[in-house]
Design a protein around this ligand. Structure first.
Ligand SMILES: [Zn+2]
Length: 318
């Protein structure tokens, strides 16, 4: 059994990659696990169309956890702590105003700063462990329990979490290096910025993209063994899904399944956080990623080049 944790920037393609992997018969794409408490609290939908709290498949997981942990996430979602997943759907605003108080936001920010500092500066695991806030440790233990409950309830060999939080990825890996694998998904920063200029300046979007990937790369290189992490390019994935998926399946110890790239009309997934699957199959979105050439102005491209051009080239984007 393996747990695949996907890290990518917002608009980095993780939804598509996780949906495609979730079409494997032996895999379950749970969606963005870190946001499950908020999704439950706000009555959001599972990708099957039912409310997450009412989805029969998810109920199996919530019941297992309720029996083991004495807390039913359907009744008190935040009592099974999965981390400070404060930001969600940047720009479209899924905010739980009752829960996300100024005080909680502040303590989450402090915790994040402490955690990032510890991951970047600790000389070894013992120091890192000592510096990691107890709440972070609890969120890692709970998230692993949720993965295990899902794998058992749904009888799956691969659990996919597209929560995209690099710090959490590193901690999950260190807790269970036998099972956890980290996929660092990169996408041309200009494509990401083109998707984000709807709701933030190109300057800010470029800064955020660069910051996310620089920190992610440093954290993963420091704490995750090279064999247990992969970096792939979103554009390669959509251009050559079959060869990319064969290689990922090898790495994840599951046999390749053509169902991942075939149209499957009646296939229903139960993922948290996201709209009902928009992609019939991966082939439909091929070559969709040249859009930035039309969307971004010359001035915005110059700006991107100054801020993030060198990192973009390091990822292979000329
Ligand atoms: Zn469902």
């Amino acid at each position: 059994m393996k747990y695949l944790y996907i890290v990518s920037s917002p608009h980095g393609g993780s939804t598509l990659v996780s949906l495609v992997l979730g079409r494997h018969e032996a895999a379950a794409n749970l969606g963005e696990v870190s946001f499950i408490p908020k999704l439950l609290a706000m009555g959001e939908l599972c990708t099957c169309g039912d409310r997450l709290a009412e989805c029969a498949e998810w109920s199996k997981i919530f019941e297992t956890l309720a029996a083991e942990e004495n807390v039913d996430m359907r009744d008190s979602p935040y009592d099974f702590y999965l981390g400070d997943a404060i930001k969600y759907r940047h720009g479209s605003g899924l905010v739980d105003h009752e829960y996300q108080t100024a005080r909680r936001m502040m303590s989450a920010k402090l915790r994040a700063a402490v955690e990032t500092g510890a991951l970047l500066a600790s000389p070894g695991r013992l120091v890192l462990r000592a510096l990691t806030p107890p709440a972070v440790k609890r969120s890692i233990v709970n998230t692993s329990k949720l993965y295990a409950a899902a794998a058992t309830a749904w009888n799956k060999a691969l659990i996919v979490d597209a929560s995209k939080l690099p710090r959490k990825a590193a901690h999950l890996y260190m807790q269970d290096p036998q099972r956890v694998r980290i996929l660092h998904l990169v996408r041309d920063g200009r494509g990401v910025v083109a998707s984000r200029v709807k709701y933030m300046s190109a300057d800010r979007a470029a800064q955020r993209w660069k910051h996310y990937h620089s920190i992610t790369r440093r954290i993963l290189h420091r704490w995750v063994a090279p064999a247990d992490r992969r970096q792939i390019r979103y554009e390669h994935f959509v251009a050559h899904p079959e060869s990319q998926l064969r290689s990922l399946c090898d790495w994840l110890d599951i046999a390749y399944s053509p169902s991942m790239v075939e149209p499957a009309d009646r296939m229903v997934q139960h993922s948290a956080g996201g709209n009902p699957a928009r992609f019939q199959f991966v082939g439909e979105i091929r070559a969709a990623d040249e859009r930035w050439r039309k969307v971004l102005s010359e001035a915005q491209l110059d700006l991107f080049e100054r801020i993030a051009g060198s990192l973009n080239r390091e990822f292979g984007y000329g």
